[in-house]
Ligand binder design. Structure first.
Ligand code: UDP
Length: 234
């Protein structure tokens, strides 16, 4: 298998014989633009299973996704896409970078979900995008921006409902999109505790925020999310 790209937590592989693409989840975890980095046993396996389950739930609702099938504990066969270098964030509760930019109480429930776009550029700390900047840098046309927003809000509804069933509050999350050869937008990348803020109904943090804040027992909490999701009827 040829490595086409390696990110902080995942690798994209290409099988030259079959022409297939694969996404492989690593055990690494990073925070603060990779200034903090660790290897956590089982992380790849747990995030791969969570992400696969949640993506397939999204697909059931009629939204196109890049995932095809899980081929082993840490690897998913995916479609051939060109990724759009944009992070689409949906927020239900004010937290994280939102608090640095706006005067609002930490943990306040937003009157309606808010969608924000950020340009993926670690060196510039992922600047926020406007419609004008999308066009200027030719990242996506306005029709696509609107579609990504609509799509992200639908994903929010699907995920909120699933997590609610297992007594977890979806605070916020980040998704990414790619385009297939025909130019269709597909949901790609991952949906797991690295990319979502998830609070138990008691208020306990279950996601990567534990790692950012040095709260410890990161994998125990990821495992707890998986354990609960496994009980959701598939
Ligand atoms: N997020 C992510 N990758 C990033 C930045 C953010 O997955 O590079 C997720 C993060 O886990 C949270 C949501 O996007 O669920 C909103 O993050 P925020 O903008 O508050 O940034 P942060 O506080 O993580 O820097």
């Amino acid at each position: 298998m040829k490595t086409l790209g390696e990110g902080k937590t995942k690798i994209v592989l290409f099988d030259e014989e079959t022409g297939s693409y694969f996404l492989k989840f690593k055990n690494s975890i990073t925070a603060f633009n990779s200034q903090r980095k660790d290897e956590l046993d089982e992380k790849g396996r747990i995030n791969c299973e969570i992400s696969y389950f949640l993506m397939k739930e999204v697909e059931k609702s009629g939204l196109p996704i890049s995932y095809e099938k899980k081929v082993d504990d840490v690897t998913i066969k995916v479609k051939d896409l060109k990724m759009i270098p944009v992070e689409v964030v949906v927020r239900n509760i004010a937290y994280g970078s939102f608090l640095k930019r706006f005067t609002i109480k930490e943990g306040e429930r937003l009157k309606q979900p808010i969608v924000e776009f950020f340009f993926k550029d670690d060196e510039k700390n992922d600047p926020q995008l406007t419609r004008e900047l999308f066009e200027y840098f030719e990242l996506a046309n306005l029709d696509e921006v609107e579609k990504m927003k609509e799509y992200a809000l639908k994903v929010n509804e699907i995920l909120k409902e699933i997590f609610h069933k297992v007594k977890i509050t979806l605070v916020d999350f980040k998704i990414e999109f790619g385009r297939d050869k025909a130019g269709n937008l597909l949901l790609a990348d991952e949906i797991d505790p690295d990319s979502c803020r998830l609070w138990d109904f008691s208020g306990e943090m279950l996601d990567k925020e534990r790692y950012r804040r040095g709260l410890g027992e990161v994998m125990e909490h990821y495992q707890e999310i998986l354990k609960r999701l496994r009980k959701v009827p598939g």
